[in-house]
Write a protein that binds this ligand. Structure first.
Ligand code: UDP
Ligand code: MG
Length: 316
C-alpha cells in the first residue's frame, strides 16, 4: 500500500506567495507517484485573502485541506495544529514563501525510506539576503544557547523537515504551552540527517519577523531550554556579597588607621545604583521563568480553530 505524506504549511498573510508555492509543490509531488499526499495549510489568522485562496484550492483539489485560526497565534501554534491534524506516515513542515525548497522533498523521502534515519532536517549554509546585524545576533544566539542548554540547536536550522510518524507522535506528546520547535525537535531526539542548502529569498510578500520579535523569540528559547540564567543571578549575588565583605574590611581598617569615616558618599551612591540595578536584573530573570510557569499553569489552548475541512483524529 502507498504511504501517506502530509505536508504542513503555516500561512500568515501569504496570499501573494501561495500561487507560487502551490505551483511548485504540485510540480514536485506530481513526480512522486509512489506516495499519496495530503496538504494541510494552516491559516494563522491572516488579515489578507489567504483563507479564500486556500478555499479555492480545496475546491479544485480534494487533497488540499485547510485549518483557519480565530486570530494570529504564531507559527509555532500553526505547526502544532498541522501536526495534530495530519494523518500521514510521514510528515513534512515547510514555509509558504518557497524559502524551504519543495524540490528537496524527493531526496528527503528517499533518505527516510532507504537509510536508518527517523527524520531529515534542513539547514541553510549561509544567510545571504538577510540584514547583517540580524545574522550576527542569530549566530551569537546559537553559540550561546548551545553552551547553556543540554538540547542541541543547529545554527541555520529551518523548521523544514520530514519526519516519520513516531517522531511526530513524540513531538505531540510534549504538551507544553511555550512551544519552541527548534528546541522541541532536539528534545525528542531520534536519528536526524541534516541536509544543507543555500539561503533563498522569499518569493513574494514580506517576512513577519522584526528584530524585536526575533529578540523575544531568542529569550523564549533560552528560558525554555536552560535554567542557567537563574544560576548566574545566584552567582552574581554571592560575588557581590564577597566584594562587599572585602570592602567592609577595607573601610574598617582605613577608619582605624586614618579616622575620617564620613567621606565617600559619591562612591556609595554609585554602589547603591549598581547593586540595585543588578537586583532588578536578577528579579527580571526570575520573572521570565515565573511568567512561563504562570502561562503553563493556566492551561490555555495553544490555538483556536475557527474553521477546517479536516476531521481530526481522536487521539490528539
Ligand atoms: N507564519 C505563521 N504565523 C506567523 C508568522 C509566520 O504561520 O505569525 C508563517 C509564514 O506564513 C511562513 C512561515 O511561517 O510560511 C515563515 O515566516 P516568514 O517567512 O515570515 O519567516 P522567515 O522565513 O523570514 O524566518
Ligand atoms: Mg520566510
Amino acid at each position: 500500500m502507498k504511504k501517506i505524506l502530509s505536508i504542513i504549511v503555516p500561512c500568515f498573510n501569504e496570499e501573494e506567495a501561495l500561487p507560487y508555492f502551490y505551483d511548485e509543490i504540485k510540480k514536485v509531488t506530481n513526480k512522486m507517484k509512489y506516495v499519496n499526499f495530503e496538504y494541510i495549510f494552516v491559516d494563522d489568522g491572516s488579515s489578507d485573502n489567504t483563507l479564500n485562496v486556500l478555499k479555492e484550492y480545496s475546491k479544485k483539489d480534494k487533497k488540499i485541506k485547510y485549518i483557519t485560526f480565530s486570530r494570529n497565534f504564531g507559527k509555532e501554534a500553526a505547526m502544532l495544529a498541522g501536526l495534530e491534524y495530519s494523518k500521514g506516515d510521514f510528515v513534512a513542515i515547510m514555509d509558504a514563501d518557497l524559502q524551504d525548497p519543495p524540490s528537496l522533498l524527493p531526496r528527503m523521502y528517499d533518505i527516510l525510506i532507504n537509510e536508518e534515519y527517523d527524520s531529515v532536517a534542513t539547514r541553510r549554509v549561509n544567510r545571504i539576503g538577510e540584514p547583517p546585524i540580524r545574522s550576527f545576533f542569530a549566530r551569537k544566539f546559537y553559540k550561546l544557547i548551545n553552551k547553556i542548554s543540554k538540547v542541541e540547536m543547529v545554527d541555520g536550522a529551518r523548521d523544514y523537515r520530514l519526519m516519520k510518524r513516531v517522531v511526530v507522535d513524540s513531538i505531540l506528546s510534549v504538551k507544553e504551552y511555550n512551544r519552541y520547535s527548534k528546541g522541541l525537535f532536539g528534545f525528542v531526539g531520534f536519528k536526524t540527517k541534516w541536509i544543507e542548502f543555500e539561503n533563498i529569498k522569499r518569493v513574494a510578500g514580506a517576512t513577519k519577523w522584526s528584530f524585536w520579535k526575533l529578540l523575544i523569540y531568542a529569550i523564549e528559547g533560552i528560558t525554555a531550554y536552560s535554567t542557567l540564567p537563574l544560576a548566574i543571578s545566584a552567582v552574581i549575588g554571592v560575588l557581590l556579597c564577597f566584594i562587599s565583605f572585602l570592602a567592609i574590611i577595607y573601610i574598617i581598617i582605613k577608619t582605624l588607621i586614618f579616622g575620617d569615616p564620613a567621606l565617600g558618599w559619591p562612591s556609595l551612591a554609585c554602589i547603591i545604583l549598581f547593586v540595585s540595578g543588578i537586583q532588578l536584573f536578577c528579579i527580571g530573570i526570575l520573572g521570565q521563568y515565573l511568567a512561563k510557569t504562570y502561562l503553563e499553569t493556566k492551561n490555555r489552548p495553544i490555538y483556536i480553530c475557527k474553521e477546517t475541512n479536516i476531521k481530526k483524529l481522536k487521539k490528539y
